[in-house]
Design a protein around this ligand. Structure first.
Ligand code: ZN
Length: 441
């Protein structure tokens, strides 16, 4: 059993002093006890926090992060970026796919993310032919997670169409396309292979309402309910106005309203972006207990728009953060942008907080860690006995009180420096560097 000690740790009941963490051989927290002496435990410097869950990643997109910042001849948007992404993907074979994911996951761990929900929709070979083993690329994602130590919620994605009204896929989308039955077979195979692995959870996803048929939705919910585990269900929703308009034109209603008419939404769902959700749709998400998975740096990069997070959380909505395109892998940048876009839209300050929690950094961190744990379907997001041993330590100025120190770490540029990262009990980052990949990176 490993034992760690922290002078200041953020526990579910608030900041605690002199905390001892006992980690079982299975990678869970066996006990968390404040008011102890170090007694030979490994000392974690600074603030100790639960590792942050990253609820939305397309790992392969890390390969071209920052390479699309050149204006095209007739204006750029999410849709022109997507064409560039498709073009880049055309050449990626399994070994490279795994290498990119491995690098992305090591970087996530160095940033303080200890779980990633990988929204996995690349199932086929370049050109669209199936691999001899249909789990080929899903297995590569698992291999990258195992090698780096990051907790993984693998979210295989059903993708069938290019747009609302069952439009046929474009040639470049053929790497994503599976029939419903093939997808269900793939999903069951992955469940059988990884369902008992403590490092891995399995989710499931309709890519978006433009990429599946409405009739697929109850079938996917049934598939998720066909196993004993609680299976989170993720979906892209209302990221772009064009998507909302196309949905209105074909179905006479907006995407999340259509989803809510088609299935009984509940706390298993994580809707990614929700940028252009209507008031009614945001209320629907909040009331059913689903999580809004926000990806502030990608949403800014792609010019999506601003989700009214302040109103949403004040109405009881649950939020989490994801790195999505992986143009940025930095917990502090994600949380800072989440707050800053609200400030820019309202011309006010210190918006993301709650009664009893006036510190914006602490509120953002606790809220997104909790929402992220729910969306990942794993026992994470809090430093408590029985949860996975996902701990990060953040350097801070000596003598600064913890709420202020966490605010500095998140809002002062360059101050977010995870020194030690322990994921599922594995001490994978020391002195800020991922242990296994330090030489290769
Ligand atoms: Zn996405």
């Amino acid at each position: 059993m490993s034992v760690y000690f922290a002078r200041h740790a953020l526990l579910p009941e608030g900041w605690a002093k002199d905390v001892r963490f006992e980690v079982s051989s299975s990678g869970d927290l066996a006990s968390v006890t404040p008011g102890c002496a170090p007694d030979g435990a490994s000392f974690l410097q600074g603030l100790v926090l639960p590792g942050m869950p990253n609820v939305h990643s397309h790992a392969f997109q890390r390969a071209f992060a920052g390479r699309t910042e050149r204006a095209g001849p007739s204006g750029d948007s999410f849709w022109t970026w997507r064409e560039a992404m498709y073009e880049m993907l055309e050449t990626i074979e399994p070994d490279e796919f795994e290498a990119i994911a491995t690098d992305a996951y090591a970087t996530m761990l160095e940033a303080g993310y200890t779980t990633v929900c990988e929204f996995h929709y690349v199932h086929n070979a370049p050109g669209g032919a199936p691999y001899a083993r249909r789990t080929e690329l899903a297995d590569r994602i698992v291999a990258a997670a195992r090698r780096t130590g990051i907790g993984l919620t693998l979210v295989p994605v059903l993708y069938r169409y290019s747009d609302f009204g069952a439009q046929p896929p474009q040639p470049r989308q053929l790497r994503f396309v599976l029939s419903f039955d093939t997808f269900a077979g793939l999903w069951r195979e992955l469940y059988d292979a990884y369902g008992a692995d403590a490092q891995i959870a399995l989710g499931l996803s309709p890519h978006s309402l433009r990429a599946v048929a409405v009739a697929d939705l109850p079938l996917l919910v049934e598939l998720a309910g066909s196993v004993p585990a609680r299976v989170p269900i993720h979906m892209h929703a209302s990221e772009q106005l064009r998507e909302v308009e196309a949905c209105l034109a074909v179905h006479g209603t907006t995407p999340i309203a259509l989803l809510a008419q088609s299935v009984a939404l509940d706390a298993r769902w994580c809707l990614i972006h929700c940028t252009h959700a209507t008031d009614f749709e945001r209320r629907t998400i909040a009331e059913c207990g689903a999580v809004a998975g926000l990806c502030p740096t990608t949403e800014a990069s792609l010019g999506d728009g601003i989700f009214p997070a302040v109103q949403f959380v004040r109405a009881g909505g649950r939020i989490a953060v994801g790195t999505d395109s992986n143009v940025s892998i930095d917990v502090s940048e994600e949380l800072r942008w989440l707050e800053y876009v609200q400030r820019l839209a309202s011309r006010e300050r210190n918006l993301m907080h709650a009664e009893g929690e006036p510190f914006v950094g602490t509120y953002l961190y606790e809220t997104t860690a909790r929402g992220g744990a729910q969306a990942s379907g794993r026992a994470i997001g809090a430093l408590a006995a029985g949860r996975r041993a996902d701990l990060i330590s953040i350097a801070c100025d000596a003598g600064t009180e913890p709420d202020t120190a966490l605010g500095v770490a998140l809002f002062r540029s360059g101050a977010w420096k995870p020194e030690d990262v322990i994921a599922g009990g594995r001490h994978v980052v020391r002195d800020g560097r991922h242990a296994g990949l330090a030489v290769e990176k």
